[in-house]
Design a protein around this ligand. Structure first.
Ligand SMILES: [Zn+2]
Length: 285
């Protein structure tokens, strides 16, 4: 707000007209940005601001924006317990708010509650898999490839959970995202290849084919085409199919057929995947 006071005034008046909570949030932002005075004075001002913002949020618990701002202020004051509580209060009213979930995860990491942080981060991935903040958090906090516990930093020496070497010692790490992969995610790239080849799809169409389009759209195809896919899948995964499941696969709708066939693959028998992936597929099957 430096240098353009009339515009700043307009914003403030607008907020006042809008609603009292937005007005308070804007006031708090200004007070927080005010650097005048000695260091202890600035700190004391910021503590007053976050205390006031705390009562604003309590009075309007449905306002996620107030809880978010409060959590951010408390974090920069080093009050991670407070930040954690603020996110809990906000999530009570708005349980799918990804901004609150990200701040909750961060507070848990700061408090060294790594198991909880890991669960929260998995939840973030589920809620908003492509959110920038989620992506960033996943990069900063890899998981142990042995026990899937969260590393507090990308340069951690050891896993505090199982004692395995951390990324700082050159150990390979995994990501929370990979731990959530289901058998469908794991087999999808190979299945897509097989299906595209069997149906003679142009590359342009093949690229557009996602797991969702393969499994959720009712892709009516001729019995001939379904049979071609069935044949191609059998060539690729033949010995790995669980026979009763394979025999119950339904020809008619391509998506149902593909889902049936992926379900019928037994990762224990499939030689085409490495052991790590196989174990993951088994634990998620
Ligand atoms: Zn570990």
């Amino acid at each position: 707000m430096v240098g353009d006071s009339s515009r700043a005034e307009a914003v403030l008046n607008q907020a006042r007209d809008l609603d009292p909570v937005s007005f308070e949030l804007e006031l708090a932002r200004r007070g927080w940005a005010n650097q005048s005075g000695s260091e202890p004075e600035v700190l004391a001002r910021r503590q007053r601001i976050s205390a006031r913002l705390g009562s604003v949020a309590v009075a309007a618990p449905e306002r996620a924006d107030a809880w978010i701002q409060l959590a951010d202020y408390l974090r920069s004051l080093g009050n991670h317990e407070g930040a954690l509580k603020a996110t809990a209060s906000g999530l009570k009213r708005d349980p799918v708010n990804i901004e609150l979930w990200l701040r909750r995860t961060r507070a848990q990491v700061e408090l060294n509650q790594l198991d909880s942080a890991c669960r929260s981060l998995r939840h973030c991935v589920k809620l908003a898999p492509t959110h920038d903040g989620v992506e960033a958090m996943i990069r900063v906090h890899p998981v142990c490839s042995k026990c899937r516990a969260l590393f507090p930093t990308p340069g951690a020496e050891v896993c505090t959970h199982c004692g395995a070497d951390g990324p700082a010692r050159g150990a390979p790490v995994a990501s929370v995202r990979a731990a959530r992969q289901s058998k469908f995610d794991i087999y999808f790239p190979r299945v897509r290849e097989v299906v595209a080849r069997a149906l003679d799809m142009p590359d342009r169409i093949k690229i557009q084919l996602t797991l969702d389009t393969l499994l959720k759209r009712h892709l009516k195809r001729s019995n001939q085409q379904c049979a071609a896919v069935l044949r191609a899948m059998s060539e690729q995964f033949g010995p790995a199919f669980d026979l009763p499941l394979f025999n119950s696969a339904v020809i008619g709708f391509l998506d149902i057929l593909i889902a049936d066939l992926i379900r019928a693959i037994d990762p224990r028998v499939d030689k085409g995947i490495d052991t790590g992936i196989r174990q993951r597929a088994l634990s998620n099957a």
